[in-house]
Design a protein around this ligand. Structure first.
Ligand code: NAD
Length: 353
């Protein structure tokens, strides 16, 4: 196994590359910042076209983790890993074990967890080689699937929007259009319906729509139309990039809040939303429930109640972001970055970072 530093710094504390001829492993781990604590972020196993694409992705993702954890008040920094390959074809036990040794070589400066292309089963294997992994199944004393926690955070963010925009404590009588009813979207719909909210859903998978509608009285529309539904909150819970120059002009909502990562196709889209008078609840503030939840498993026995209480405070963080955006007349996306940066530099550095 050959581990090398990738030079260039890229505004990161460090990036390392690992190649293991015996198992075919090719992987990068990027540590953006460990100022607040070890870099915490998942391992993405993905068939990148080139190593340059993989590197670009891991740099962007690890930076985002720094901001997400900082704004969420966690004592963790930003890190992320990618494995180059098709998980369906290339994933073997030997490769995952080699990858785990790579994680272990960083001596706890990076803590990994699941992401696209990796599973709880992979985390169990990784745990056999290194303690620096979180997001283990509940059967192993871990916190399990984070989707419920993520949905709880999105729901609390929406409630704080309701308070701010319409002066009400719940979402009763409001209408939310949810784009994507996968793991998080489905939990979110449950919270919304129980709060007395009207819900419209859309998903490319007819099965996903059918499952949600079997449990809840919600309306459904096609995936091309969901962003144009007349509603109070549009909730992107599928893939990134759903807020872009093509979709923003068609939005007929007062606010946007969802769990998808990287909802804005570009920075300018934050301005586009602002000029349409639509309140954008920044994705990394709103969807931090998952990382908050797994952080409660690191170095301590997982406590679900404490974790969910912390997740519930996402609404307060969002309020701070919206206050700052209003006071400084900046986009909410910029305000969210400022809140994160302020925490990073106002907190005493983590001595082990
Ligand atoms: P998921 O794969 O379970 O669900 C995504 C759903 O979106 C699927 O049902 C899929 O069919 C649907 N979809 C895909 N393209 C669509 C489209 N164009 N229009 C409508 N629906 C479409 O994923 P998830 O775990 O629910 O996560 C959803 C998003 O939230 C992802 O962007 C993920 O990165 C992000 N996120 C998830 C978590 C978590 O805890 N799971 C935490 C933070 C962020």
């Amino acid at each position: 196994m050959k581990v090398t530093e990738v030079s260039g710094a890229f505004e990161h504390e460090g990036v390392v590359r690992c190649e293991d001829a015996a198992t075919g492993l090719r992987s990068f781990i990027a540590l953006h910042s460990t100022r607040l604590g070890p870099g915490l972020g998942g391992t993405r196993f993905f068939p990148f076209n080139t190593e340059e694409d993989a590197l670009a992705d891991v740099l962007k993702l690890s930076r985002a983790m720094t901001y997400k954890s900082a704004a969420a008040g966690l004592s963790f920094g930003g890190g992320k890993a990618v494995i180059v390959g098709d998980p369906k074809r290339d994933k073997t036990e030997a490769l995952i074990r080699a990858y785990a040794r790579f994680v272990d070589s960083l001596d706890g400066r990076y803590i990994t967890t699941e992401d696209v292309g990796t599973t709880e089963a992979d985390m169990i294997l990784i745990r056999e080689q290194t303690p620096h992994v979180t997001g283990l199944p509940t059967s192993r004393g871990g916190s399990g699937d984070p989707s419920d926690a993520t949905a709880w955070g999105v729901f609390n963010a929406m409630r704080s929007l309701a308070k701010r925009l319409w002066g009400q404590d719940s979402l009763e009588g409001r209408h939310v259009a949810v784009q994507g009813v996968g793991k998080v979207g489905t939990y979110l719909v449950g919270h919304l319906v129980r709060d007395g909210c009207l819900v419209t859903v859309a998903d490319v998978s007819p099965d996903a729509v059918r499952r949600v509608r079997a449990d809840h009285a919600v309306a459904a529309v096609g995936t091309d139309d969901v962003h144009e539904v007349q509603c109070d909150i549009f909730s992107p819970c599928a893939l990134g990039g759903s807020l872009n120059p093509q979709t923003i002009p068609g939005l007929r909502c007062e606010a946007v809040a969802g769990c998808a990562n990287n909802q804005l196709a570009s920075e300018e889209d934050a301005e586009r939303l602002m000029s349409r008078g639509i309140v954008y609840a920044p994705d990394f503030i709103v969807n931090a429930g998952g990382v908050i939840n797994i952080s409660y498993e690191v170095g301590r026995a997982y406590d679900r109640d404490a974790a969910f209480a912390h997740v519930g405070r996402i609404g307060e963080t969002l309020t701070r972001v919206l206050d700052l955006a209003g006071a400084e007349r900046i986009s909410t996306a910029e305000a969210a970055e400022r809140v994160a940066v302020e925490r990073i530099y106002s907190t005493r550095p983590n001595p082990s970072g």
